[in-house]
Each structure stands twice: as C-alpha cells, then as structure tokens.
Ligand binder design. Structure first.
Ligand code: BGC
Length: 737
C-alpha cells in the first residue's frame, strides 16, 4: 500500500523536483514541492533538546523568545543511569518537544563509541561499550518516534575524534567494526527502527562516510535491510557522482550556496549527462517519501499526526528524574555524604534571645553557578532555565542555612560567540586549537594577569572554606572543553583547579568534591578527597538533582558508562599514538577499547567501568546460570538464563545496577577478559530482597569471525559473572554452550 503510493507520487515528479527533495534549501530544511503536495522536511538539532531557530540562510539565531525549550540530560548522563526506562522517557520528551516545535527530524541520538577520553564530543555520546549503547539507544529512539518525529541516529560510523573530523581517514579492521563500532547502529535501525540516520564526517577505510558504499550500501542497506532515510552530516558530502551512487539520500550543509550543493544543480546535470542514473535518484526519493509517510506528513494518515508539546511541566519532571539517576557517587569514605539534616541544624539557642546561628556551607568553584546549556556545538540549547548546583542547594535548603559562594578559579574570557555561530566556519580544517606555540610578549603578560587573578580567587575561596561548616567544591569542565569540533589536548583539569582542590583539602579535609563534566579528568587528589561526586551535564534540573543527592533526599544509583583512567598516559590511544591526529588514525588497539583494554593489560583505572556507589549497600546471592531449554540456533535466540538475589543490606532505600559480564577463557581468537552482556536496575527498600533475572542471547557469547564474515559462537565453556561494577564481581558460574 505504502510502497504503491510512493511509486505513484514518484511518477509525478520531475528531475528538478526530485533534486529539491534531496538537499537543503535552508540550513535545516529540504526542498518542498508544494504543487505536488510534497512538504519540506524540517530538521533540528539535537540531542539535549530542540535547538533554537536560525533564519535558514544565516547562522545568527532568529533571537525571539518562542524557542526556549526543555534542556535534557546529555547522552553521557543518560548512559550513567544504566536505565532503559530513563532513556525511553528522555526520547519521549525530546520527540514531543521536537514535534511541538514543528520539526520532522530530530538530529539525535549521538551514539559514537568513546574511544578516547579526550574526544570533544564524548559528552554527547553514551559509552565505550557497544552493548550499553545498544540497550539505551533503542528505547530512546522508540521514545522519540512515538511523537511522529524521526530520530536521526548519528554519526555513522567510527566518528570518535573531532580533530580534522571532516577529512581524517579512520582505519578500522573488520572485527573491530563489527564488535565495537557498528552494533549500536545496527540495533538503532533494526530494533529501534530509527526512521533516519546521519553519516559521519570522517572517512572510513579510505572513503568518506557520505559516499562509502561498503558502509552505506552493503552493510546498512543490504545486510541490515535499512529502508529509512540517510541524511548527510552538515557539509560531509564532497562529490556528486559517488555520493549519488551510494545510499545517501539527503545532503545538508552549513553554507548558503544551496543551489550548488552536490545534490542540487550538479546532480541534475549529472543525470542529464548520464553520469548518474535516474534510478539512483528515484531510490533516494523513495526513501524520503517513506520517511514522510512514516511521520504522517503525507499519506492517508496525515490527518492523525501528533501535534507534540514543549515546555510542559511533565517534561521537567521527567528530566529531573533522569538527572537524579545520572549522578555517580565515585567515592564516599566513612559516609561523609550525604550531608544529613542534623549536620545543618542551627547552633544552640542564645540564652537570652533564643537566636540560633545558622550553619554555613561554602560552595566553591565556577561550575557551581555556570550555565552549560548554551554551549557545546550543535548540541547547544536555549534552555527555558537551568538550575545550577548553587541554586539547587539554595532551593533545597532555603533561608535556614547560610550558603556562601566563591568562584575559586578564574576562566579567561572567550570571544563573543553569540553574534555568529561557530557553525558558519565549521567546515574549515580544525586541528588542535591549543598547540604549543612560542609565547609572544603580549601573551606572557596575559598569562601573568590570569595567574594573578587565579591566586586572588584561590585565596578568597580558601579563606571562605576555613569559616564554613561544610565545604562543597563544584568544578570540572565546561563546553570550552567538552565541545564539538575540537578534542581536548589533556585530561588534566583546566584553570588550575587541581591546586585549588589541594589547598581546600588541606584546610578542610572533609571538602566534598563535585565534578561537573562531560568526559573524564585526571584527579590527582582523589586519594586525599573523602567524597567525590560525578555529574555529567544533566539538563535543566541538574542543580536540584545534585542537591537532593548531596543532602540525602535521593540515594545515588548512577554508574560510570566509561572507564576513568588514572592518567591519560594509561589509555591505549596515548600509548599507540593513534588519536587526535590529522589525516589518518589507525584504530590499532582493535576491539580493546575502554575496559577491554585496561583489563587485558591489568591497568588499574581511577574508577572502573560500571563503578558507582550508593548510600546503602547490596548483597548478591544465589546466582543461577542455566541453559535455556528452548534455545534455538539463531544469534538472537535466548541461550542462557541468569538469575540471582539482590538484597538491600543498608539502612536506606536505593537502587542497584546489576551488571552481567561474559568471559570466554578459551577461544581461537583473542577475547576480552570479559564483556558486558546484560544489566538490570533494581529498586530495593532496606532489608528487601528481589530476584533479578536476565536472559543472554546466543550472540552474547559470539565473536566476529573474519574468515566467515559473521558472528560465531565457539562451543565450549563460558563464564558468567555478575557484580556491581566491572571491578566488583560478586558471583560467577560457568556454563557450557
Ligand atoms: C554535527 C551534527 C549536527 C549538524 C547540524 C554538525 O556539525 O556534526 O551532529 O547534527 O552539524 O547542526
């Protein structure tokens, strides 16, 4: 039925009209063919909410007030919840807001693998582990698309660095692609049924992803059977003929020469000259029409399209719920956290007046008050509001506690980015902004001034800390570092924060350290600090959620979706030198990305993959691992049933993320020490026990065989391990397959 209609419509279209549908006629909109009843496709970034409006041919935002939106947690925050329901709920909010703003395609989720901690866009991505990515991307996409809006899963594929992102050639071997970099996308299109997908900027094994037939035609279309729309990343197309022959459908870019886009006039000319077949063009038009039908933009159901809604209270509630679950308690010696009500009770009454002195909390660090929503690149959001950590604490504690703030560190002013958006020049080759260059006299003077500023702010902060009953430091990164288009050049904290933290810990050993950031940082003071809290960019309610955790109103349950190495030098990419280079990077480490590498080399990270503490404690018991009697031969079929009992052995209610890893000790190819293959989040009252069950499909035991070009399960013994982190395995059992 649908396909028939597509053919009927196709017959009515001229070549010019087809071409119009296949490229941007403004920055975010494809061409409409009004007379033939074909609307434009309205796209918008992005992952953390619906981006503000641009006029269409200028990167100066329209700048009116109707495009403030709900600001959602970044994908790194969503991943830290390890909760499929939160991913789904986030998708629902994003989809509904996108539709409410009149969009057809929301350019999200970003699911690239975190190969190196310094990638500038890590904050937009989920994890170093493909299984965790799959499990969260699928419900997120389903949530988005419930509102008759298309998800556009990005960036396909192996786009794991920003340095020279438009030209860099990413060399990845077949097994590594199949086991690490492709599974998220495969799940996104096959299980999530993402209506659209965005190709990456980079080259993959010699060819740009926008015209990479191995990737787009063979794997995506033929193997995975994808019939959705493939949209180019903005400015990632470099040719007419090759791109037209590949399975790319729509070309978008950041420049205003819309008629000269490769799929505009040049495409028409190429078809006329016989260089590109009409069939190739038709196939693209079919995919765009199919997208429109799925979204009810056209077709018999077009009267029933959902209208969406943005800035509604339910969205803020949902965002807050996710923000709460995204907070990761990295360290908590002797129960320093939470700050209990007793600790904040006013002092003894004055014998005559009854006056009771308030307790003083010193909140130190720029990230306590910094608003992050407006930065990061295409993920920037014009947030309806953003509750900072400082505001969150004040909202939660009101007037009975004396909360004092000191910035503590100095952030040198940056260029005014509001006038023209960075995106205008985003196609320029960008290679390492912070290169070591000879310092000019002017720069030396500026540096001295910055150092003076820093010293003054540090002294002020330390003085405040001395007078306080509780000290909370809130530092980390911001979108000067977690940013599209650039990779960080170091994993160290910027703005001399390490020195400040050391000084605070010296005067107040109980200083609570909160890191707000989108990617790992070195924490040289982590042995000294007694409590460390990690907070990814978590949306408009982030400060409320953080305050609730710090004050013990919410029990933290987040887990790291990536390893935090102790030092950047511990990473495999630092050792093999294959990250952040222009022109060519070879993924020499193969499948040994993230914990797969650290475990193989027995390198102890600062905080392991899956790590995250709670205010309560859990016991694991009665692990049972059984072959599924009904198991079939297909990789997707259930193979092994895992069940165990988890008990809350502490004094407060809390949630635990039970992680299930699989190891294949004897195999004809080298396998990781273990790999994540299941997880479940379980909420428990104090003393409560629950049965947790997980089913592992056959593919949980498989590896990619490069001889046979498919996943295979090698018969033999496997170990199933369950625990609360990759380095906290509490029980294990073997099973024979
Ligand atoms: C980014 C995409 C984004 C697009 C549109 C590109 O620079 O890589 O993720 O969706 O711009 O803004």
């Amino acid at each position: 039925m649908q396909e028939q209609l597509i053919e009927q419509i196709l017959e009515t279209l001229t070549l010019e009209e087809k071409s119009a549908m296949l490229h941007g006629v403004t920055f975010f909109r494809s061409g409409a063919v009004e007379e033939k009843g074909i609307p434009a496709v309205e796209t918008s970034d992005g992952p953390m909410g619906v981006r503000n409006e641009f006029p269409g041919d200028s990167w100066i935002p329209v700048g009116i007030s109707d495009d403030y939106v709900s600001y959602l947690p970044s994908n790194s925050a969503v991943a830290a919840t390890w909760n499929r329901e939160r991913a789904y709920a986030g998708g629902q909010v994003l989809g509904e807001e996108a539709r409410g703003r009149g969009k057809d395609v929301i350019l999200a989720p970003g699911i690239n693998i975190k190969r190196d901690p310094l990638c500038g866009r890590n904050f937009e991505y989920m994890s170093e582990d493909p299984y965790l990515v799959e499990e969260l991307a699928v419900p997120m996409i389903q949530g988005i698309q419930e509102s008759d809006v298309a998800a556009c899963v990005k960036h396909f594929a192996a786009n794991s660095q920003e340095t020279d992102r438009i030209w860099v050639d990413t060399i990845v071997d077949e097994r590594t692609l199949r086991e690490i970099y492709l599974p998220g996308f495969k799940a996104a299109v096959q299980r999530g049924k993402s209506y659209s997908l965005m190709n990456a900027y980079n080259k993959l094994n010699g060819e740009h992803c926008s015209e990479n037939k191995a990737l787009l035609n063979r794997i995506l279309r033929e193997e995975w059977g994808y019939d959705g729309a493939v949209i180019s990343d903005w400015g990632s197309v470099h040719t007419t003929r090759q791109a037209a022959e590949s399975a790319l459908d729509m070309e978008m870019s950041v420049t205003t020469n819309f008629d000269e886009y490769y799929f505009a006039r040049p495409l028409i000319e190429a078809v006329e000259k016989g260089e590109v077949s009409m069939e190739a063009v038709d196939e693209k038009v079919r995919n765009i029409l199919r997208l429109m039908l799925r979204l009810k933009m056209i077709g018999p159901e077009s009267g029933e399209r959902k209208q969406g809604a943005y800035n509604i209270p339910e969205h803020r509630e949902s965002i807050r719920a996710t923000a709460r679950e995204a907070i990761v308690l990295l360290k908590n010696e002797d129960g320093l956290l939470p700050i209990t009500p007793e600790r904040l009770e006013k002092g003894a009454p004055h014998p005559l007046t009854g006056y009771r002195k308030k307790k003083r909390i010193a909140v130190i660090g720029r990230n306590a008050e910094h608003m992050h929503s407006g930065g990061g690149g295409s993920a920037e959001i014009k947030a309806l509001y953003e509750i900072s950590p400082l505001m969150g604490l004040k909202i939660q504690l009101g007037g009975n506690v004396d909360i004092q703030y000191a910035p503590g560190y100095y952030i040198p002013g940056k260029k005014d980015v509001n006038e023209v958006n960075w995106q205008e020049t985003s196609l320029e080759r960008q290679v390492n902004r912070r290169k070591d260059q000879e310092e000019t006299a002017e720069e030396a003077k500026q540096r001295q001034e910055i150092e003076n500023q820093r010293k003054a702010l540090r002294e002020e902060a330390v003085a405040l800390a001395r007078t306080a009953d509780e000290v909370i430091f809130v530092g980390g990164l911001n979108h000067d570092y977690d940013v599209e288009g650039w990779d960080r050049d170091s994993m160290k904290l910027p703005y001399a924060q390490d020195q400040l933290i050391e000084e605070l810990l010296a005067v107040k050993p109980d200083t609570i350290i909160v890191m707000v950031a989108g990617s790992p940082v070195e924490m040289p003071w982590r042995e000294k600090a007694r409590a460390i809290v990690w907070n990814y960019y978590a949306g408009m309610e982030t400060g409320n959620a953080l305050a609730e955790v710090l004050l013990g109103r919410v029990c933290p349950s987040g887990k790291l979706p990536e390893t935090f190495p102790a030092l950047y030098d511990d990473t495999v990419t630092a050792k093999n030198g294959e990250f952040g280079k222009p022109e060519k990077v070879i993924f020499k480490e193969g499948i040994f990305v993230g914990y797969r590498y650290y475990e193989k080399e027995r390198i102890r990270p600062a905080f392991a993959f899956g790590h995250g503490l709670s205010y309560t404690s859990f016991a694991y018991d009665h692990l049972q691992v059984e072959m599924d009697p009904e198991r079939g031969k297909e990789l997707e079929d259930a193979a092994v049933r895992v069940s165990l009992e988890v008990t809350n052995t502490g004094a407060v209610a809390g949630a635990e993320i039970v992680q299930c890893y699989v190891a294949d000790p004897v195999c004809c190819v080298e396998r990781p020490v273990k790999e994540l293959k299941g997880f479940a989040k379980v909420f428990l009252e104090p003393g409560e026990t629950k049965q947790v069950s997980m089913v592992l499909p056959r593919r949980a035991f498989a590896f990619y065989d490069v001889e046979r070009h498919e996943f295979v399960v090698e018969p033999g013994e496997f170990t199933v391990l369950v625990g609360s982190a990759s380095d906290r395995i509490w029980q294990q059992e073997t099973v024979e397959l």
